[in-house]
Design a protein around this ligand. Structure first.
Ligand code: ZN
Length: 280
């Protein structure tokens, strides 16, 4: 496998979580000659979405995704409506930033509920409510299946098959307004991963997120590894995506409270550049 094009490296700002605000993250990317950024909405909100869009443009950056919206299940109608309204605002922000997609996390079980089937219906209905706006704004929704360990509290869409079933149900014409984000951390274990990537095809593959699965993993949320430090065969998964026509950017997203978040941004980004070329 030949190394990826270095120009296709993107950084999810969660990777620089504790060291950088939006402006500082952009400055660090410029120093490291990295072209892609995937910001989080709170960091964007801190300076205003118009100003963030200006900074993105002035620096010639590509926004590979805006994180994030969704979290549709709620105990009552009011809560479900609030999640939809928040997601509609996020679509507007993604459009202003000219993001390649808005990352959608399904959300978990409503408080004190055991009705997983019902929660999944709320996710489908919520996506259905926002899809028209996403289409008209040109801001595609990228449903990110999450590892099943997050099913209760973050995301009850847990496999690529499940995410693609939702896409097919809501968007029979494959309009491009909804697809999936493939995060190796969440899907690497799935025996159906290759066949479901083939099923997705180029049209549904909207984002590709990189990090690694450490053994042992000491925290379910904040102990992601740098690519190459864990057990995921990233080049193999990349080859499956490229075979079906995905030639978008590769976005590094590392939540790492006790390791990478403690290091200086240039050290982290420098390592991302090296590992992107050597183990991805
Ligand atoms: Zn991700």
């Amino acid at each position: 496998m030949t190394p990826p094009d270095p120009d296709l490296l993107s950084i999810n700002t969660a990777t620089l979580w504790e060291s950088c605000n939006f402006r500082q993250a952009v400055d660090a990317l410029r120093r490291q000659k990295i072209r892609g950024i995937a910001p989080w909405r709170d960091r964007v909100a801190a300076i205003g979405v118009k100003e963030a869009a200006r900074i993105v443009r002035d620096n010639g950056l590509v926004v590979t995704g805006l994180c994030r919206a969704g979290f549709f299940p709620a105990p009552d109608r009011k809560g479900r409506r609030a999640a939809i309204d928040e997601s509609l605002r996020a679509i507007d922000e993604a459009a202003t930033l000219e993001a390649k997609c808005l990352v959608i996390l399904a959300g978990g079980l409503p408080k004190e509920s055991r009705d997983l089937g019902g929660a999944r219906e709320m996710v489908r209905d919520g996506l259905g409510e926002i899809l028209v706006h996403a289409r008209s704004c040109g801001a595609p929704l990228a449903v990110e299946p999450l590892h099943p360990m997050y099913c209760a509290d973050r995301g009850c869409v847990n496999t690529l098959r499940q995410a693609l079933d939702l896409c097919d149900e809501l968007d029979t014409s494959r309009s491009g307004a909804i697809g999936v984000a493939i995060d190796v951390y969440h899907v690497w274990w799935d025996p159906e991963l290759k066949s479901q990537i083939e099923r997705a095809g180029e049209k549904r593959l909207l984002a590709f997120h990189l990090c690694d699965w450490l053994v042992p993993t000491t925290d379910l949320l904040y102990d992601r590894g740098m690519m190459g430090d864990g057990v995921i065969d990233i080049p193999l998964i990349r080859s499956w995506l490229e075979t079906v026509g995905y030639h978008g950017m590769q976005e590094v997203e590392i939540f790492s409270k006790n390791n990478w978040w403690k290091r200086a941004p240039d050290e982290v980004l420098g390592m991302c550049r090296v590992r992107h070329q050597t183990v991805c």
